[in-house]
Design a protein around this ligand. Structure first.
Ligand SMILES: CC(C)(COP(=O)(O)OP(=O)(O)OC[C@H]1O[C@@H](n2cnc3c(N)ncnc32)[C@H](O)[C@@H]1OP(=O)(O)O)[C@@H](O)C(=O)NCCC(=O)NCCS
Length: 179
């Protein structure tokens, strides 16, 4: 599968992030309050450039992250991003970030639903997970709306800015997915 992959939903288009998206990504990713549970908050556009250099240019490569940008069809604006960590050949991890002013519209679930569907039905993955801070209630609600189950609560297992924080693991299996 090459870099040209594009997923469309009623209100959104997902396409691979590219270097020219750095400014748009910086605008919402640098919002430290909205993204307080994220491990990565860029301070400069250069930080975004470095991040974009690290993501895989090809989808479905075990051991790498692939990054979509989420575009609102109505405005053609980049409103967020959705990352897929291809953990191994059969399992993936998802992460989603929306600009603060686009949250509360069901966009994250709409984008994730199309990606989960693609991972299970097209790429035939076995299991998909989400890793979330127990205090990140919006993210937990989003995963539960999609049908992910809580599987684990790890105590102080992630170090963020010198502070050990808990980590919840949510998961869904291919055989549990229906749309
Ligand atoms: C996690 C995150 C992407 C969730 O965004 P979101 O907009 O709340 O997600 P959803 O797509 O599930 O939207 C649900 C909300 O839209 C509302 N909504 C409005 N119109 C809707 C529609 N047509 N369909 C579905 N939901 C709709 C729902 O009522 C719900 O609102 P509520 O939270 O007030 O109950 C967002 O909070 C975010 O970017 N956080 C910062 C980054 C982060 O921490 N990411 C988590 C790491 S994975």
């Amino acid at each position: 599968m090459n870099k040209k992959i594009e997923l469309r939903t009623e209100r959104l288009t997902l396409r691979p992030v590219s270097a020219k998206d750095a400014k748009a990504v910086f605008n919402y990713r640098s919002d430290a309050d909205t993204n307080k549970y994220q491990r990565w908050i860029p301070q400069t556009i250069n930080d975004v450039d470095e991040f974009l250099n690290k993501v895989s240019s090809k989808i479905n490569q075990a051991g790498t992250w692939f990054q979509f940008v989420i575009i609102e069809n109505g405005t053609s604006e980049i409103i967020g991003d959705l990352g897929i960590h291809f953990i191994d050949d059969n399992q993936a991890e998802l992460g989603c970030t929306l600009a603060r002013n686009r949250q509360g519209n069901g966009f994250a679930v709409e984008a994730l639903r199309s990606v989960v569907d693609y991972l299970f039905k097209t790429l035939n993955k076995h299991r998909i997970i989400g890793s979330v801070d127990p205090q990140n209630l919006k993210s937990i609600a989003m995963l539960e709306r999609l049908g992910f189950r809580k599987e684990a609560h790890f105590k102080e297992s992630i170090l963020i800015d010198g502070k050990w924080v808990d980590d919840l693991i949510y998961a869904i299996l291919n055989k549990e997915w229906s749309r």
